[in-house]
Every structure is written in structure tokens, then in C-alpha cells.
Design a protein around this ligand. Structure first.
Ligand code: MG
Length: 374
């Protein structure tokens, strides 16, 4: 294995865990973090949480689980090329969506609306709550007791108020400092993964078409190259060939531009990385192209009437559940009751955020369907 860059996160420059533990045997601290994430309950629930398409719409669409695995794959490739800590980039990627509500962004917005007046709801912050507190798997501590750098990477965004409350892990938002390069890589790998798999899923669902996508330069370039190289290829394989080339183009550009940014800022240590501007970035041209694709997806896919219908239903389910548990916390499962005694809204939000799509639908039916008596 090639040696890590001096500014990469490693055991020797890590700020460590909140609760000190013995060093792991036969694996690094960051491998241990990744392994703890994979063994968590919240990770398994990602399988039944919507990315864009609800789970029962088809078996081939991405779920939050397959999305997270794709993010990890892309982040690892980039991290390895840049001699960064691949295990850390992988761990952050696998954990980044652990706090997501059921029903994708519609669910997050609905829960945030319900939580106005109770401190709001933000999925990044919730992911951190999951790994810091909500997982109950270890005898010696609540949560997963992950290393600082893994937790810092999970907390992508944060308001100033929340940052002040969070202590060390929130500090960079108040001091305008950057997280590790591994965290920056995981963040951009997330974007590369969803932009590309949403093109693929969008086409498969028929909500968007290749003809429409020809107006998007990033797609058009790779599409025409794929068609030129394989003129007789069936349409579905043209799509796969185009998407894989798009991922390749984005990853290659990101690596090249980041190498050049690292060269010109020449950080010597992890601390230099934190005080430098964001060094993991696309070239200006590629940045423009990927923004155009993002805009296209927002207008034509995320706001498609069929997606919006699903969002409306999701909002109804979440606000109904929130309302009924706030009105009578005795309806909550026992493990949330004691938390509800001192902070009812947060207990309800934790319960709802942890639900999978199908669990939320069933819970709604159990409570509101009059024909069901249990
Ligand atoms: Mg994501």
C-alpha cells in the first residue's frame, strides 16, 4: 500500500474518541469506525429508506443503502488516488445518511416543519446523533464512540446555534475552518453518486428522457461518445455506458483539480488543511457542468408531478404521526417514553427519523386506520 500523504488523517494525528478505548487489534482506528457503522441498526434500516423513488416502485431503484455504498466506492477511489485515508473516507460515506428520515427529502422537510419551535430537524445533525447517542450496541457507552474525524465528516453542514451547542465537532463552523480532505472527498462523492444514479433511475422510471438530457452538456458529451463508439448498442446499455463515463469524467476532473490545489497550497499537516480553503474541488468548467445537471434534475425529476404526489403523501404520514405522538406520548414505544418525559418533541423526532418508509406507512395505518383494531 502506498504511504499516506503527510496531511492525511492517520492514527497519529487523530483527536481520538470521546471515551478512550484500547487500540484495535489487526485493524486501524478508522477501520474499526467503518466496521461499527456497518454493524449498526441504523445502517441496516437504510435499505428500506427512499432515496428519490419509494421502495415499492421497483427493485432496481437506489435506496439510501445502495446510494451510501456507491458514495463509499467513489470516495475510496478518490481518496486512494490522493493518498488520503481510504478507511476514513469510506466510514464517513457509509454513515453520512444514517440520520435520514423515511421518504427522502420530502420526509426531512416535513419533520423539520413539525420541529419548528423545538429546535428544528436536520438530517446531518441527526446522523451525528445516531452515531453519538441513539445506537445502543455497546456496554461501555451510548452510540458508537467514533473517532473525532469520522464524526466531523458526518457533520457536513450546521447552523451557528447548533455548532455552538456541539462543542469541538461544531467548532469549524464558527471559526470558518475546513474538515479533513477525507471529509471533503466524501462530501463530493455523495454529489457525484446521486447526480449520476438519479439520471439512471430517472430514465428507468420514464420520468425523464434521453432527449431531454441532451440539453445537459455533461450528459450530451458522454452520450454522443458512447453512441459513436457503439452505434448498434441497445438504449438501456447506452444509458449505462453514458453514466459510467460521466462518473469517470467527474472523478478524473476532481482528482486532477484537487491535486493541483494541494500543490499550490502545499499543506504540510492536517492542521494546514483545516486552515486552507476547500482543496477538494472540480475545475471551474466541470463545476459549471455538474451544476447544470443538478438544476436539470431539480426541475425535471425532483419536481416531477409523480415525485411530488409521493412527497405529499409522505408529508401527511409524518405530520400525522408527529401530531398524535405530541398529543399523547403514551402512544410511543416504551424505549422512547423516558426521553419523552423531558423532551417530548425530540423523542418523537428521533422515533420518526429512525423509521423506514414501510414502517412509517404501517405505523400510520396501525394508529389511524379505523378498520384496524390493534
Ligand atoms: Mg447522500
Amino acid at each position: 500500500m502506498t504511504e499516506l500523504a503527510p496531511y492525511a488523517v492517520a492514527g497519529h494525528n487523530s483527536r481520538g474518541r470521546k471515551i478512550a478505548e484500547e487500540a484495535p487489534q489487526g485493524r486501524s482506528e478508522f477501520q474499526r469506525d467503518r466496521d461499527r457503522i456497518i454493524h449498526s441498526g441504523a445502517f441496516r434500516r437504510l435499505e428500506y429508506k427512499t432515496q428519490v423513488f419509494v421502495n415499492h416502485e421497483g427493485d432496481l431503484f437506489r435506496t439510501r443503502l445502495t446510494h451510501s455504498i456507491e458514495v463509499a466506492q467513489i470516495a475510496r477511489s478518490i481518496a486512494r488516488s490522493l493518498r488520503l485515508n481510504e478507511d476514513l473516507a469510506e466510514g464517513i460515506s457509509l454513515a453520512h445518511d444514517l440520520g435520514h428520515t423515511p421518504f427522502g427529502h420530502a420526509g426531512q422537510e416535513a419533520l423539520n416543519d413539525c420541529m419548528k419551535g423545538y429546535g428544528g430537524f436536520e438530517h446531518n445533525l441527526q446522523s451525528l446523533r445516531v452515531v453519538d447517542m441513539l445506537e445502543e450496541r455497546y456496554a461501555a457507552f451510548d452510540g458508537l464512540n467514533l473517532c473525532f474525524e469520522t464524526r466531523e465528516g458526518i457533520l457536513k453542514h450546521c447552523s451557528a446555534d447548533n455548532a455552538a451547542r456541539l462543542g469541538e465537532v461544531g467548532e469549524r463552523f464558527l471559526k470558518n475552518r475546513r474538515p479533513s480532505l477525507e471529509a471533503q472527498v466524501a462530501n463530493l462523492a455523495d454529489e457525484i453518486a446521486y447526480n449520476n444514479h438519479d439520471v439512471d433511475d430517472g430514465l428507468r422510471s420514464g420520468l425523464i428522457t434521453l432527449e431531454q438530457l441532451e440539453a445537459v452538456p455533461l450528459v450530451a458529451t458522454q452520450l454522443s461518445e458512447a453512441r459513436r463508439a457503439y452505434p448498434a448498442l441497445p438504449e438501456r446499455r447506452v444509458v449505462h455506458e453514458t453514466v459510467r463515463r460521466m462518473i469517470g469524467a467527474l472523478v478524473t476532473d476532481l482528482i486532477r483539480q484537487s491535486e493541483s490545489n494541494i500543490d499550490s497550497h502545499s499543506p504540510a499537516t492536517l492542521d494546514d488543511v483545516r486552515s486552507a480553503p476547500a482543496l477538494i474541488a472540480y475545475s471551474a468548467e466541470m463545476n459549471e457542468q455538474q451544476r447544470t445537471l443538478k438544476n436539470f434534475l431539480r426541475i425535471h425529476l425532483y419536481r416531477h408531478y409523480r415525485v411530488l404526489r409521493m412527497s405529499t403523501k409522505a408529508r401527511r404520514i409524518i405530520s400525522d404521526l408527529f401530531g398524535i405522538f405530541m398529543a399523547d406520548s403514551r402512544l410511543l414505544p416504551p424505549q422512547f417514553q423516558s426521553q419523552a418525559e423531558h423532551d417530548r418533541a425530540r423523542a418523537v423526532a428521533d422515533y420518526i427519523a429512525g423509521m423506514t418508509d414501510r414502517y412509517a406507512i404501517r405505523e400510520h395505518r396501525r394508529i389511524f386506520a379505523v378498520e384496524e383494531l390493534v
